[in-house]
Design a binder for this molecule. Structure first.
Ligand SMILES: C[S@@+](CC[C@H](N)C(=O)[O-])C[C@H]1O[C@@H](n2cnc3c(N)ncnc32)[C@H](O)[C@@H]1O
Length: 389
């Protein structure tokens, strides 16, 4: 078997990224991606999605498949499942679990660099080091000594440090909770996060200089799909727009609480006034809006023999089960708890339809100096109605 031609794979990936416009806002990133040998950062044992679970792929055993995954321009390389509970070197078959670390896909990495507005000499805090390959990209632009990266997982932090040093980069690698930032080297001109947030940590606003930028995936448990670009104000408030879609794994403390809905209290039965599959049709932009409009919402779809249901939970004491077949019958919606979750979802979807089905990029967020979060449409004064219906 011949060895993979990494130079050819890298060049081909860069051509595809350029054709897709991924370097348009940060032309410097093209050279940086060509410079960095991504194959030296990605672990030799990775996870590849195999339809119903993850399958381990090893570089020594299948170098071509491994190399293709490393240089796939549009797919992340999953490097850890369930915080490292499964070892890809000893796993046979597929594993069902949640990806907890990855090397982000090159397309969204380059798009994010474009929105970060990174200049030579900028001081940058990079939250979520993973393998360290993005940290290397940041250092290519900001320069040696200007990048700090923080990773919560000790094994990953050590690996990132080894990878960066072996490739000649100087970035400081800190093992810790990125939500606390890294005060010792503040103030930063830029903060970039590679995990999704549901609220903006106070430390980020405190450690980025006024006029500096925070760029992070941001969303709700229902939909983690927006890339948020906030400018920090002189009083520590921060404001900005969602500039792109972005789907990332959560910052550790922002993951879904887990557990099961309590299913306590009186059961209320009703018909649904609209087809549930049309209300929750998978449109990213609709889901983003619904997630912002209905606090705490999580959803699960279940499919049994002739029974296709949507289960909704607010993480507290409200629950709804919506039967998709026969949705207009009087017992198709079952709700429990103080909130009418299906009612809230219907209202949120109508709001989105009535406002012209706005895309994510029409939304923005204001975080006040006191830490209140307000999502808005088009302009900060148009706050989203948030709360119970
Ligand atoms: C999608 S990976 C990104 C890795 C790398 N930056 C990249 O883009 O290739 C997200 C990383 O964030 C880390 N992470 C999650 N929560 C964190 C936290 N609170 N502080 C620091 N790192 C965190 C995870 O362990 C994971 O390695």
């Amino acid at each position: 078997m011949t060895d993979p031609d990494f130079t050819a794979l890298r060049t081909s990936a860069v051509h595809k990224l350029a054709a897709a416009g991924c370097f348009d806002r940060a032309p410097w990133a093209r050279e940086a991606v060509l410079t960095i040998k991504r194959e030296r950062f990605v672990p030799h044992d990775i996870w590849v999605w195999a339809g119903s679970g993850y399958r381990a792929v090893s570089c020594p055993a299948d170098p071509q498949a491994w190399a293709a995954a490393v240089y796939d321009p549009v797919k992340a390389v999953v490097t850890q499942i369930d915080d490292g509970e499964h070892d890809p070197r000893t796993t046979t078959g597929t594993v069902c679990g949640a990806a907890t670390s990855s090397v982000s896909a090159l397309d969204i990495v380059c798009i994010k660099l474009g929105f970060l507005g990174l200049e030579a000499g900028h001081k940058v805090l990079d939250v979520g080091a993973g393998s360290g390959v993005n940290t290397a990209l940041l250092e290519e632009r900001a320069g040696p000594g200007n990048v700090v990266t923080i990773e919560v997982d000790q094994g990953l932090a050590e690996q990132a440090e080894r990878n960066l040093r072996a490739a000649g980069y100087t970035a400081r690698v800190v093992c810790g909770d990125g939500e606390k930032g890294f005060a010792e080297e503040a103030l930063y001109d830029r903060l970039i996060c590679t995990a999704a947030a549901r609220r903006i940590p106070r430390a980020w606003r405190e450690q980025v200089r006024p006029g500096g930028i925070i760029l992070t995936p941001y969303g709700s448990l229902f939909s983690s799909s927006g890339l948020l670009r906030l400018a920090v104000g002189p009083d520590g408030a921060a404001e900005g727009r969602f500039v792109h879609t972005a789907s990332y794994m959560w910052l550790r403390a922002h993951r879904a609480p887990g557990g099961r809905p309590p299913r306590d209290g009186e059961e209320r039965l009703s018909a649904s006034p609209a087809d549930p599959d049309k209300v929750l049709d998978g449109d990213w932009h609709a889901d983003f809006a619904i997630g912002q409009l209905v606090p705490g919402l999580t959803m699960q779809r279940t499919t049994g023999a002739g029974d296709h249901r949507i289960l909704l939970w607010d993480g507290a004491d409200s629950f709804a089960s919506v039967c998709c077949d026969g949705w207009d019958e009087g017992d198709s919606v079952l709700e429990q708890g103080p909130r009418s979750l299906w009612g809230e979802v219907l209202t949120a979807r109508s709001w989105w339809d009535e406002h012209g089905r706005p895309e994510i990029t029409r939304f923005g967020l204001t975080v006040t100096a006191g830490g209140e979060h307000h999502t808005w449409l088009d302009a900060p004064e148009n706050r989203l109605p948030r709360g119970r219906t």
